[in-house]
Design a protein around this ligand. Sequence first.
Ligand SMILES: *Cc1c(COP(=O)(O)O)cnc(C)c1O
Length: 356
Amino acid sequence: MKKHIFNAGPSLLADEVYESAIKAIQDFDGSGISILSISHRTPAFDAVMNEADALFRELLQIPDNYKIFYIGGGASTFFYEVAANFLGTKAAYVNTGVWSKKAIKEAKRYGEVEVIASSEDKNFNYIPKFEAPKGVDYLHITSNNTIYGTEYHYDIDAEVPVIADMSSNILSRPIDVSKYAMIYGGAQKNLAPAGVSFAIIREDMLDKIVRDLPTMVSFKTHVDNNSMFNTPPVFPIYVLKESLKWLKSIGGVEEIYRRNVEKAELLYDEIDRNPLFKGTVEKDSRSLMNICFVMAEGYEELAPAFMEYTKEHGIVGIKGHRLVGGFRASCYNALKKESVEVLVKCMQDFAAKYAK
Ligand SMILES: *Cc1c(COP(=O)(O)O)cnc(C)c1O
């Protein structure tokens, strides 16, 4: 049966990307050698890195005074590395859930952390309003909250450097990169298999590193060595490049944003219309990527049956995170509208059968 993969991460990739990954494992670019066994210090892999760089820049319109680099270790490694590199005295953080909290915890090892806004009072079901702070080393935000299904629908204007964890909504919508000093994330939500994390950093930030750091922790190491100070995650970077190529081929960020809005509206409209379900997030904070909903009052006991019914229709990965409960449909770039339609049909079938 055809599967509809709503996993929160690692998540699905485009069909074309799977195909080129398979080909490259068998024979990388006609070299007769698998991508899994090539040296990263070869012209052929240089070409992969250069193409990824050019595509990333083109798709997000990244200005020339920004550098892109890759590391292993996940977004979680950036939680402490951001603070190690840039937190001299005080940094401001917005607390919008689990990932923000983890970033805050790591930052506290290096200096004072001021949490300038939080949505913890309502189980993180909205993006809190705040005034951009002044006189801090940087402001840190989590642009999309994968677990709670909330998302900033705007870029932040601030005098201080803005650093954003964009693990789960990178390249899903247009953004103004020039408003950020640094953007980072794990690539396994929208771009690649697990194993590589990306960073886009404004060059002047590299002169603002506040302490002497272990070589691997300093962002300067990775920028100066073009992500090749040590062995980079060769295969995940190759797949990331293929995802960028796919994104360009379908019309870039404008087109994927149009598709993401279309998919999200389809599902949110059904959640709002269907008496059996209700959304968990305030409407103006709803994420296009992670759509959270629960059974409506009086229908709670139907949750396991609904889960089972969707499974019978090939739907995978919609169990909600334990901190929210219910369901979470992660609708990343590569998810087709057809998959959302199957889920919506399951919800309609259920309402036809059980609505009181
Ligand atoms: C998944 C996720 C992380 C954690 O990423 P790892 O690569 O597993 O460390 C951090 N932030 C956000 C917003 C995420 O969605």
